[in-house]
Design a protein around this ligand. Sequence first.
Ligand SMILES: Cc1cc2nc3c(=O)[nH]c(=O)nc-3n(C[C@H](O)[C@H](O)[C@H](O)COP(=O)(O)O)c2cc1C
Length: 324
Amino acid sequence: MKIKHLKIRGTTFLAPLAGITNLPFRQLVKECGCAVVCSEMVSAKGIFYNSEKTITLMESRPEERPLSVQIFGSDPDAMGRAAAFVEDLGTADILDINFGCSVKKVVKQGAGVALMKEPGLARNILETVRKATTLPFTIKIRTGWDRSGDQAVEIARIAQEAGVDAIAMHPRTAPQGFRGEADWDQIKRLKTEIDIPVIGNGDINLPEDAARMMDHTGCDAVMVGRAAMANPFILAQIEEFMEKGSYSTPVPGEIFLKMERLARLYVDYFGEQVACKMLRGRLSWFVKGLPRASAFRRDLSGLESLSQTLELIRAYEKGLALAP
Ligand SMILES: Cc1cc2nc3c(=O)[nH]c(=O)nc-3n(C[C@H](O)[C@H](O)[C@H](O)COP(=O)(O)O)c2cc1C
């Protein structure tokens, strides 16, 4: 698959997840095996005002590339300037615009999924951004405000005309949030309506789901969000499944090594105190379904240092190995 001049080696994208897909998490997923990782969404206004916190969200490391940086906003001029800024920063290989976020704070400012009901404004933003950057340019949309999928098709056509290079679709409506099922038929429809590549997203929990989505919709690549939070191996497993028709499942020892790796990456990046607070939640996702996970989660709640984190992980692993 190609997005403009960028050749993608593989078929998997890590979805943008605000508060989750920070640099260390992306590094971990990339090390497990994944074609493209995406940043958290970044405010165009924040870029405009040169907010340090916002600029930090776009930090990258060579080993995670290619990286897609997602921006959000509703002012065409600010979006154009933000796109040019992202390109000048030199850390992004793809520029993505958020047309899907349904969080109140974002929708209230006319951004995210609110853009799907403003085709005129959407066109203005897309044309302005296209002029402002030569980066491969994508958008990530929902189905729209209703189940029809008509707004998605309208926005996608506008995007294609404006020079957008690929579209990712999470086929739930705005009011749905994350409830109900993702309607893969809408990805299939989108694929027949536009010529640029389509990346399918929504409810991929296993490699078999990714294969089913590609078969059902004809999409060019798949994007995984929530399942990667608990299983950072899933994108690598999908790549393996697509290539060989089977995939390996990590043994607990590999999962624990990744937990240690994430702890070190977090501490390196955020500093020990902040990292340990964040790790209390992050590490608990990895043990979902393992015996005595709730006791381990309880122990995590008191994390203060890297050495304590590593000790807890090792003690939990040892306990599991000794369990009858
Ligand atoms: C915690 C969380 C944060 C998210 N943040 C973003 C975001 O910043 N930008 C975006 O386009 N979508 C965001 N999404 C939506 C996901 O990218 C994805 O479209 C959605 O979770 C459906 O895919 P999944 O079923 O694989 O999780 C977020 C979802 C979750 C659960």
